[in-house]
Write a protein that binds this ligand. Structure first.
Ligand SMILES: Cc1cc2nc3c(=O)[nH]c(=O)nc-3n(C[C@H](O)[C@H](O)[C@H](O)COP(=O)(O)OP(=O)(O)OC[C@H]3O[C@@H](n4cnc5c(N)ncnc54)[C@H](O)[C@@H]3O)c2cc1C
Length: 309
């Protein structure tokens, strides 16, 4: 496995695990260092356009993403897997007979090549693997979040405000801190986030400055934009655009598509790609419902019906 970052890996992410992620762990409990406080959270949906709110019992798991990744990678290393960190995939192409793929890698300023039979791109929202074999551009947002210390919440808030974004903003409890975040369109992203922070301080009294982190998050608009791969090149997780367009929840899709891809390789079936696509069908079915939900949540009138405002 190669990754352009160093380990333990840091990825800007709130680390909320929905029920489908819980299914991945099939009942195995997460070690305490992975959990944030409170470890189980419910959601209050607030619509600032109609001044309404809805409490929903979710029982999601609140994790620290860095610790979660660290723990997951330690499990993989147990299985005799090696990781080349600080190693970036810069390009790749098939050999003339199409039997092998040549990868060009950059490590410490040096370029090397590696030959492989299969390539599995799990390289996230800006996947170089996807961009080379799939021509569609997928809408994306900038997700910015800031950890403010000295404030406690006992639940998370998902906030809709059309002045800030047609996606949403959030407040998530993280121990003695609150994470303020918003997924906004790239133009004047920081200004939009600052306006959101100002409104949060007025409505919740949460103020101050903390550590800011941000990353690109994809927001696909239909199943046509999901691409699981072609021939000997597979895509998993956000690289395949497997992410909820209504909540930007991507961990469960990354975990499950990675698992299905591994199962397809271990199945010894002739077409690993067909097997992978077959296994991913439930993920696509789930996403299809999210596309409908996302269109409704983006429309203030439809939202009023959902919120009962
Ligand atoms: C601010 C924010 C908050 C979020 N909160 C949540 C949440 O609470 N719950 C949730 O479910 N989802 C959340 N998401 C979405 C979630 O983080 C992603 O969907 C998920 O991490 C996707 O996992 P992945 O393994 O596909 O990609 P990633 O976790 O992005 O991993 C991609 C990896 O590929 C590596 N890479 C990229 N390019 C190259 C290259 N050229 N060569 C080598 N390596 C490369 C990167 O270094 C990285 O390690 C959030 C996203 C953001 C931005």
């Amino acid at each position: 496995m190669i990754d352009s970052r160093s380990f333990p890996r840091f990825k800007a992410c709130s680390g909320i695990l929905v029920n489908n992620s819980k299914g991945f762990f099939s009942g195995a409990s997460l070690p305490p260092e992975v959990l944030s406080k409170p470890s189980a959270i419910d959601i209050v949906y607030q619509d600032w356009a109609s001044n309404s709110e809805k409490h929903v019992k979710k029982n999601f798991i609140n994790t620290c993403r860095k610790e979660l990744d660290n723990w997951l990678f330690s499990k993989v290393l147990d299985k005799n897997m090696s990781i080349l960190e600080n190693t970036k995939l810069v390009d790749f192409f098939y050999t003339h007979d199409k039997n092998l793929i040549v990868l060009l890698l950059e490590h410490n300023g040096k370029t090397t090549s590696v030959v492989t039979k299969y390539l599995v791109g799990c390289d996230g929202a800006l996947s170089i693997v996807r961009k080379k074999i799939f021509s569609k551009n997928i809408r994306y947002y900038v997700a910015i979040q800031e950890l403010i210390s000295g404030f406690k919440l006992d639940r998370a808030y998902f906030i809709f405000d059309d002045e800030i974004t047609d996606f949403y903003g959030w407040l998530i409890p993280k121990g003695d801190c609150v994470e303020i975040g918003a997924a906004v369109s790239p133009f004047k992203a920081k200004e939009k986030f600052d306006l959101f922070k100002k409104k949060v301080s007025e409505k919740f009294g949460i103020t101050g400055d903390g550590k800011i982190e941000s990353a690109i998050v994809l927001r696909p608009s239909s199943l046509d934009e999901i691409f699981l791969g072609k021939d000997s090149i597979f895509l998993c997780g956000e690289a395949a655009a497997l992410i909820s367009p209504s909540s930007a929840e991507g961990i469960s899709y990354a975990l499950l598509s990675g698992k299905y891809c591994a199962e397809a390789f271990n199945s010894n079936l002739k077409s690993k790609m067909e097997s992978y696509k077959e296994k991913c069908k439930p993920l696509l079915k789930r996403l299809n419902k999210k596309f409908i939900k996302s269109r409704k949540m983006g429309n203030p009138e439809d939202r009023k019906l959902i919120f009962g405002g």
